[in-house]
Design a protein around this ligand. Structure first.
Ligand code: ZN
Length: 272
């Protein structure tokens, strides 16, 4: 399940949706990001964290509240929870819990922790908000667009950007909240790349990481292009043609549905 490992970071990838659960480990702290999905996968992450923790403070950062990203909540009861302000104030939390319960019910899944919605101890309220311990700095950014509550984290040392559900190679933008805010978030990622901190690796919520600025920029422009072109085609009512935009992606059955969702959302945005 370990996809990548170096001094400061270990990426675990679930068999489901290529979802990345990340463990950040610096000399000063350990932070788990979006632990998921299956009980055995979560156990492996728990065991890993137990083995390496060595008394360091433990955090869990949730990049956003989609059920696949919070399904492991409860597996690290002693951790301090970090999330965005809008995550903390989310209105329909019970709907997310229902999705998890339905998933577990569909696949006979039993867990040894209680499913619940995370209540953050540390709330991200503004871009660049930091958490510093010893030589480690975590810089958080609000990244609405995919969902309203999305957030990202830049880890120093290491120059690692934990992006949440953005900039995946395996999927085009899934826009549940706002295509305009999605575009603004993509600009924010660009600015983060130009920061005083050098980004060496970007880890999206799903699929492979990007380990060069060139690759990150390629993914960023592909996302921007998709949104711009889709908006244009929806405006001209060329819906059939819009499916060409996703013809290169690997899982057409489910991805057509996400694309349809994007079309609906953009239609609504354009008639507002
Ligand atoms: Zn996701």
């Amino acid at each position: 399940m370990i996809l990548f490992q170096d001094t400061n970071i270990t990426i675990f990838q679930s068999s489901l949706f290529q979802t990345n659960s990340i463990v950040v480990h610096t000399e000063d702290l350990v932070m788990v990001v979006d632990p998921g999905w299956l009980p055995a996968e979560i156990k492996q992450i728990q065991k890993y964290v137990n083995d390496i923790r060595n008394g360091r403070p433990l955090y869990v950062f949730y990049t956003h509240s989609d059920y696949d990203h919070i399904i492991g909540h409860g597996a690290f009861p002693e951790a301090k929870i970090i999330s965005s302000d809008s995550f903390a104030r989310k209105k329909d939390k019970e709907k997310v819990i229902e999705q998890i319960l339905r998933f577990d019910d569909s696949y006979y899944i039993e867990r040894d922790y209680q499913i619940s919605f995370p209540e953050p101890d540390i709330i991200i309220k503004e871009d660049g908000q930091s958490l510093t311990a010893g030589h480690t700095s975590l810089f958080f950014y609000l990244t609405p667009g995919h969902t309203e509550c999305s957030a990202a984290c830049l880890v120093e040392p290491g120059g690692i950007l934990i992006a949440g559900d953005y900039l995946a190679e395996v999927e085009f933008p899934y826009i549940y909240h706002s295509s305009y805010q999605y575009e603004q978030t993509l600009s924010k990622f660009k600015k983060a790349l130009l920061n005083p901190y050098e980004i060496h690796m970007l880890i999206p919520g799903h699929g492979p990481a990007a380990d060069s600025k060139l690759e990150i920029e390629a993914r960023r422009s592909a996302s921007l292009r998709y949104i711009e072109q889709l908006r244009g085609l929806v405006q001209e009512n060329k819906i059939d043609q819009s499916y060409n935009l996703i013809s290169g992606y690997p899982f057409p059955g489910i991805m057509n549905k996400f694309h349809e969702g994007n079309i609906q959302l953009i239609k609504e945005e354009l008639t507002r």
